[in-house]
Design a protein around this ligand. Structure first.
Ligand SMILES: Cc1cc2nc3c(=O)[nH]c(=O)nc-3n(C[C@H](O)[C@H](O)[C@H](O)COP(=O)(O)O)c2cc1C
Length: 323
């Protein structure tokens, strides 16, 4: 008899503007399945510019629902080390370095995925940073900025350092989210890296996850972002290996209402609240049979009362759960 495979380790991906402390806590109170989360990035700024606001989302007493790894975006070892110490003092032993952000204002300053074509710079950064930070470092990266093969020049550099793990989203930055993750390239990375690799990208349903788990039997950790926003039951389904949840609509509604109430308390002004909730619905809508219609009517709700009316009508009309 083949021994049962251990349950996969599931990590909530950082999605800036979405998976903040309010979302993480509300999610963990309503849904199961995640072992932890990487928090959206904090920019590494010079020591004299670092304020409490930068780390507000990570206050330990507000982050008790799931283990969190803070993420830092930057390319200056000094600033990175300073922020790592601050986070360590707050109780976070491990930090994550963002080498994946694909947005031009970030990459043109050679931050995020903008560093991927420069293995020497990555090497110099790590050689200064690693001996100076108090805990472990993990990395989250794409395959490259412009070409998937950029990662092949980086992996030997990363092999020289003691990293906790490397999460790979197998797309280039230039691709943004177009096309499919390059699984062949991820396989090559598995063969060429000595580090523990975490797979990330387009895990949206149980059968898709099973295909990935079969193809990469040596991978024990998986990071899920958009797929968990559009189907919050997905992590539990993956963990248990089956879709055994009943009353999804009621459970989703309870989650949504709590999320809304907490953002209403936190955000100043109806405009901010409306924008935040509209953002969430671009993902939530995917879970429903009439997703494109609900997405469209929410998108066209230009005031908070109109938005509330639209959502109320949507729930009252008995929308069907698709996933
Ligand atoms: C709106 C949005 C915000 C994101 N913010 C971050 C971030 O702060 N740090 C990071 O490393 N990746 C960020 N990402 C990338 C995701 O963590 C993840 O790598 C990507 O969405 C692919 O995984 P998925 O298909 O499971 O969503 C973001 C992605 C999106 C769509």
């Amino acid at each position: 008899m083949t021994p049962a495979r251990p349950a996969p380790r599931l990590i909530l991906a950082p999605l800036k503007g979405f998976t903040d402390v309010i979302f993480r806590n509300t999610f963990a109170e309503h849904f199961q399945g995640f072992d932890g989360a990487v928090a959206p990035f904090i920019p590494a700024v010079a020591a004299d510019r670092l304020t409490d606001k930068h780390v507000r989302d990570l206050l330990p007493h507000q982050n008790t629902c799931m283990p969190i790894e803070p993420q830092i975006l930057g390319n200056t070892a000094e600033d990175f080390v300073f922020l790592s110490h601050r986070l360590f003092d707050m109780g976070y032993p491990d930090v994550n370095w963002n080498l994946g952000c694909p947005f031009r204002p970030v990459t043109k300053k050679r931050r995020g995925s903008g560093l991927l074509p420069f293995p020497d710079r990555v090497d110099a950064f790590l050689s200064k940073t690693l001996p100076a930070i108090p805990g472990r470092l993990s990395i989250k990266m794409r395959l490259g900025r412009n070409h998937p093969a950029e990662i092949l020049r980086l992996l030997p550099v990363l092999d020289r350092y003691p990293l906790k793990e490397i999460t790979i989203h197998p797309r280039t930055a230039r691709q943004m989210y177009a096309g499919r993750p390059d699984l062949d390239m991820f396989q090559i990375c598995l063969e060429q890296s000595r580090h523990r690799l975490v797979y990330n990208g387009d895990i949206t349903d149980l059968s898709g996850f099973r295909c990935l788990a079969t193809r990469f039997p040596g991978v024990d950790s998986w990071m899920i972002g958009r797929g968990a926003l559009s189907n919050p039951f997905l992590p539990a389904m993956i963990r248990t290996g089956r879709d055994g949840v009943g009353g999804k609509m009621e459970k989703f509604r309870a989650f949504y209402e709590e999320l809304f109430a907490r953002y209403q308390e936190r955000l100043c002004g109806p405009g901010h609240l409306l924008n935040r909730m509209k953002g969430f619905w671009t993902y939530f809508a995917c879970a429903f049979e009439n997703g494109p219609d609900i997405q469209k009517s929410i998108h066209h709700s230009f005031t908070l009362p109109r938005y509330l009316e639209t959502v109320e009508r949507f729930f009252a009309e008995g929308a069907g759960w698709r996933k």
